[in-house]
Design a protein around this ligand. Structure first.
Ligand code: APR
Length: 258
C-alpha cells in the first residue's frame, strides 16, 4: 500500500438543502439491494481504538509509519515494531464493538470491505468481511515460510524468531507500507465496489492506496456514495451524500429500523 499526495478536501454541496441527509441516506439504503461498506480506523475510534491520522492522538501524528509499519522498519528494529504492536493489541483487547459495528451487522447482506485489522466487525456479528490490510490477531513468519500463529491479544508477544524455519522474526499478518494487498481480498473488494447500489465510506481519511481507489471505482460504476466521517476527508469530493459526525451515531441512524 502507498500514500497519495495530500489534496485539498472539498465538500460536495447538497442539491436540495431542505432535505435531511440522514433521512435521504436511510431511505436510499432501505431501497438498495446491494450495499458495500468501506471502513477505516474512524469506525473503531468510538470503541477506543486509535486512528492513524487524527491530529494529536493519531498514531502517525506521533510516530513515523515507516519505522513501525514497513518491512524496512522491521528489518531495522524488530523489537520496536513488536513493542508498538503489543501496545495496539492491548488497546484492542480492551475494546468492544460500538453502535456503528452493531448497526452494520443488522444488514446481513451487507459486504464489509475494511482497512481495519481489529476483529470488532466479526465480534458484532458481521458475516461477509473482506480484510484489505490483514488481521492483527495473528503473527506470521516474515520470511514467508508459511508459519502462522494466533496471538493472545490480552498478553501480546514481543519479538521472537519463527519457530518453524528460524530464518526471520514473526510479525503481524497485516499489510505494511510497500507491501502488496492480499490478491484474493483485493479482487473481492473490487467486485463488491463495482457491483453495489450503495457504497458507504466510513471513518477513513481515504489517503492510502490502492484501498481508497475503491471509492472512485464504486462511483464510476454507478453506486451512490455515502461518506460518514467526523470531518471532511479525501472522500468528500466523491460523496453523493456526506454525513459529518461520529460513526457510532450516524450509522445506527441510517441503517436502523425506519
Ligand atoms: N466517526 C467517524 N469518523 C471518524 C471518527 C468517528 N468517531 N473518528 C475519527 N474519524 C475519521 C477521521 O476524521 C479520519 O478521516 O476517521 C478517519 C481516520 O483516518 P486514518 O487515521 O487515516 O485511518 P484510515 O483511513 O483507516 O487509514 C488507512 O493507513 O496506516 C494505514 O494501514 C493503516 O489501514 C490504515 C490505513
Amino acid at each position: 500500500m502507498m500514500l497519495k499526495p495530500l489534496t485539498t478536501p472539498r465538500l460536495k454541496s447538497m442539491t436540495d438543502p431542505s432535505n435531511d441527509p440522514i433521512q435521504q441516506a436511510a431511505l436510499l439504503l432501505r431501497k438498495s439491494q446491494l450495499i458495500t461498506c468501506f471502513s477505516g480506523a474512524g469506525l473503531s475510534a468510538p470503541s477506543g481504538v486509535g486512528t492513524f491520522r487524527d491530529p494529536g492522538d493519531g498514531w502517525w501524528s506521533r510516530y513515523d509509519p515507516m519505522r513501525l509499519a514497513s518491512p524496512e522498519g522491521f528489518k531495522e528494529d524488530p523489537e520496536l515494531v513488536m513493542k508498538w504492536y503489543a501496545a495496539r493489541r492491548s488497546q484492542m483487547a480492551q475494546a468492544s464493538p460500538n453502535a456503528a459495528h452493531h448497526a452494520l451487522a443488522t444488514r446481513k447482506d451487507l459486504i464489509q470491505v475494511t482497512q481495519n485489522t481489529d476483529n470488532l466487525l466479526d465480534r458484532a456479528g458481521c458475516q461477509d468481511i473482506i480484510r484489505l490490510h490483514g488481521d492483527i490477531t495473528s503473527d506470521r513468519c516474515h520470511a514467508g515460510c508459511g508459519y502462522v500463529e494466533p496471538v493472545n491479544m490480552d498478553q501480546p508477544p514481543q519479538h521472537r524468531s519463527c519457530p518453524a524455519c528460524g530464518q526471520a522474526g514473526l510479525r503481524p499478518t497485516v499489510t505494511w507500507f510497500g507491501e502488496a494487498l492480499p490478491a484474493d481480498a483485493w479482487a473481492r473488494a473490487e467486485s463488491a465496489a463495482a457491483n453495489c447500489d450503495a457504497f458507504i465510506v466510513v471513518g477513513t481519511s481515504a489517503v492510502v492506496y490502492p484501498a481508497a481507489g475503491l471509492i472512485g471505482l464504486a462511483a464510476q460504476a454507478g453506486a451512490t456514495v455515502i461518506v460518514v466521517n467526523r470531518e471532511a476527508s479525501d472522500a468528500s469530493h466523491m460523496a453523493d451524500l456526506e454525513l459529518l459526525g461520529s460513526a457510532d451515531e450516524i450509522l445506527p441512524a441510517i441503517l436502523g429500523p425506519a
